[in-house]
Design a protein around this ligand. Structure first.
Ligand SMILES: C[S@@+](CC[C@H](N)C(=O)[O-])C[C@H]1O[C@@H](n2cnc3c(N)ncnc32)[C@H](O)[C@@H]1O
Length: 349
């Protein structure tokens, strides 16, 4: 709740920031941007000062993608979304919105190309006033909407890294946690890495619903067992299912959730046999975002039961794009926020 209260406190700031306003720091401008979204009743007409948006960096051009004119889903498929699995015991009715009648709900569809013939259709939900307000007062407002804004660069990098390291996932039960709106990496793993099963999760029911739409729109994605479900990280929850590989992108920015995240990983990551300690893996892709990534890694190591590797240069193409962005000195590229590192954690057995 605290974060959103902070946003609200910023509402007294003037909302007339433009791209030419050089008198304001980027951090203050981002507060203004958020508060203007929250206080605006019409996000269609909202002018976002692009200079200050943290999402201004458009990723590393790892995939060809095109925007679609219309939804690839027909009405019959849309209805299937109602079957999405939610942990209803932890949510009240007012917090679950599975109907498709949210005021002014808008979304866009994109095709991400795997090769010349094959693509995955991705739905991106555009956050609006109703979502912001609703999530603001929701019990889960500490985390709810970051994954509903966009696909973050770390998620694309994780998808790309996974495709280039497909052996990690072959014949494995894979689970993505905090997959956001699209769980993009999971979709690519399902399509190309021959896993046994893929479970695509997030804590936000809107994200889970959106992921289910995406699965419905890609019926030929994979012959593997695919399932979208809600998984909330919470130290008080007992998780009774384990996976060989757990993946996660850009979920360490909030230090307050680190202990919950670690609890989930310790609960759901299967213990490997002594003969093959690297059989089970927690794979995290995340930018430094201040000292938040390092703090999470320290917490992970402090338990003494994980062997951790942190990779900075894990892929030549991504590394070159990163170097080029730095060389071009683009004001939109902030390595601390945009260049994701790869962390691999294995149980010590
Ligand atoms: C920055 S977003 C990253 C989304 C996606 N992985 C990406 O990179 O585009 C963080 C995600 O973590 C989820 N999250 C945060 N706290 C959570 C919690 N306690 N339980 C479950 N999910 C949580 C949010 O709903 C959000 O989708």
């Amino acid at each position: 709740m605290k974060k959103y209260q902070d946003y609200l406190n910023c509402q007294t700031m003037q909302l007339n920031t433009t791209d030419n306003d050089n008198s304001i720091t980027p951090a203050k401008a981002r507060w203004k941007l958020l508060s203007s979204i929250i206080s605006s009743s019409d996000t269609n007409s909202l002018v976002i000062p692009t200079k200050f948006s943290k999402r201004n960096h458009q990723g590393f051009n790892l995939f060809s993608k095109i925007k679609l004119d219309h939804s690839p889903l027909d009405k019959v498929n849309d209805k299937k979304v109602e079957n999405v699995t939610l942990e209803k015991k932890t949510l009240t009715n007012s917090e679950i919105r599975l109907d498709n009648h949210t005021p002014k709900e808008r979304h866009e569809w994109y095709s991400y190309y795997l090769d010349d013939n094959d693509c995955i259709n991705i739905r991106i939900k555009i956050p609006n006033y109703y979502d912001m307000k609703n999530n603001l007062y929701s019990k889960y407002s500490g985390f709810l909407y970051t994954g509903n804004i966009c696909v973050w660069p770390a998620e694309e990098v994780l998808a790309y890294y996974s495709l280039n390291n497909s052996h990690i996932f072959k014949n494995k039960n894979v689970c993505e946690i905090g997959g956001g709106m699209c769980a993009l990496a999971s979709l690519f793993i399902a399509a190309r890495c021959q896993p046994l099963s893929v479970t695509l999760t997030d804590g936000n029911p809107d994200c889970v619903q959106n992921i289910q739409y995406i699965l419905n729109a890609n019926p030929k994605l994979s012959s593997t067992d695919l399932c979208a479900k809600q998984m909330i990280w919470d130290c008080d929850t007992h998780y009774d299912i384990t996976y060989d590989v757990v993946i996660c992108a850009d979920c360490t920015f909030d230090k307050q959730i680190h202990s919950h995240l670690l609890h989930v990983i310790r609960s759901i990551l299967k213990k490997p046999p002594k003969s093959n300690p690297e059989e089970c893996l927690f794979l995290l892709c995340a930018p430094q975002r201040g000292d938040s990534l390092q703090e999470f890694i320290s917490l992970l190591k402090s338990q003494g039961d994980f062997h951790v590797k942190l990779l900075e240069r894990y892929d030549d193409f991504v590394w070159k794009a990163h170097q080029q962005n730095i060389a071009e000195n683009s004001e939109h590229y902030v390595p601390d926020t945009h260049y994701p590192l790869i962390m691999q954690a294995y149980w010590r057995v």
